[in-house]
Design a protein around this ligand. Structure first.
Ligand code: NAD
Ligand code: UDP
Length: 316
């Protein structure tokens, strides 16, 4: 039975990974310090004979007893408001955390997968973004704490691969949404869903002409699983290329929820990328992967979760 360590396993994406690897028959060790995640996200797995939940900050030395076959490093604040609030922790988990987990992978002979991000492309001057693009990041800007941490994480991952022969994989994840996102994590979808369901104004930053390309979480899980099991050691984009403006996205959420909310415009955060769209040619060719859930369907699947979250918040 394969044994898999998932760091950040109590977060949005990590908890879906725990579900996926349990379903694949793995023994799963979920490690998290709950800084932006919650044990609630994996409460349904606690007590499962193949699931262990360990509270630990992976920026400190990581000890795991026994064998490990796979390590998926997802621990890191991920939402802009989280990493702007937690700049040092974000830099540490991307740098020291990644170093610790690569050391663990080397010691255990485990395959290591890094959760990287479309943010390594920064505010891109090439559109759509291919893996060969080196990016346009302001190292001393506010977002630099996240972008540069992930760029360092990619660099040290490749160094462990080339110098120590560790088996490594790097997934560059584009904006992903689905159940278990924190209602107040500040990302566009939770913010818009919460506001629409409460009948509050929808806060669009800037004039809303900046674009993003949103993928449903199940598509990402499939892409990650295929990448992990493949031989590809160079970074691979996983995202849904269906791009739209943030204003259009806000209007879609209002229409979906049947809300009477209107849009209010607020200042654009510093260094907010103007465009973003993955080129997924490589994922198609190397992994045979492409997104299966379009935005209309993905948003419908997510709506019930946000309805419940808003209702819970109202009674709390
Ligand atoms: P999240 O905040 O829901 O999950 C991150 C988890 O990591 C949380 O449970 C948090 O408590 C944990 N964590 C943070 N620092 C830690 C530390 N030092 N030690 C142990 N645990 C720690 O965010 P998410 O959206 O699930 O993102 C997960 C990963 O995917 C991150 O690495 C993020 O950079 C990457 N990613 C996500 C997206 C996206 O759209 N969701 C896009 C690109 C990359
Ligand atoms: N955004 C917005 N209103 C919000 C939250 C986000 O207009 O309440 C914008 C944000 O400025 C960005 C886009 O939506 O242009 C996506 O933001 P998110 O935080 O979801 O992801 P990221 O910027 O990391 O792609």
């Amino acid at each position: 039975m394969p044994r898999t360590l998932i760091t950040g396993g109590a977060g949005f994406l990590g908890s879906h990974l725990c579900d996926r690897f349990i379903a694949e028959g793995h023994e799963v060790v979920c490690m998290d310090n709950f800084i932006t995640g919650s044990p609630d996200n994996v409460a349904h797995l606690v007590g499962h004979e193949r699931f262990d939940l360990v509270r630990h900050d992976v920026s400190n030395y990581v000890y795991v007893a026994g064998d490990l076959d796979y390590i998926l490093h997802f621990a890191s604040p991920a939402s802009p408001i989280d990493y702007l609030k937690l700049p040092i922790q974000t830099l540490k988990v991307g740098a020291l955390g990644t170093h610790n987990l690569l050391g663990l992978a080397k010691a255990k002979g485990a395959r290591f997968l890094l959760a990287s991000t479309s943010e390594v492309y920064g505010d891109p001057e090439v559109h759509p973004q291919q893996e060969t693009y080196w990016g346009n990041v302001n190292p001393v800007g506010f977002r630099g704490v996240y972008d540069e941490a992930k760029r360092f994480a990619e660099a040290i991952t490749m160094a462990y691969h080339r110098y120590h022969g560790v088996e490594t994989r790097i997934v560059r994840i584009f904006n992903t949404y689905g159940p278990r996102m924190r209602l107040d994590d500040g990302r566009a979808l939770p913010a818009f869903m919460g506001q629409a369901l409460r009948g509050e104004p929808i806060t669009v930053f800037g004039d809303g002409s900046q674009t993003r390309s949103f993928q449903y979480v199940d598509d990402l899980m499939e892409g990650i699983y295929r990448l992990l099991m493949s031989d590809e050691t160079e970074p691979v984009n996983i995202g849904n290329p269906d791009e739209l403006s943030i204003k259009a996205f806000a209007e879609e959420v209002v229409a979906l929820t049947g809300s009477s909310s209107t849009i209010t415009y607020q200042p654009l955060p510093a260094d907010d990328p103007q465009v973003r769209q993955p080129d997924i040619t490589k994922a198609r060719e190397v992994l045979g992967w492409s997104p299966q859930v379009d935005r209309a369907e993905g948003l419908r699947r997510t709506l019930d979760y946000f309805r419940e979250a808003v209702a819970e918040q109202a009674t709390a």
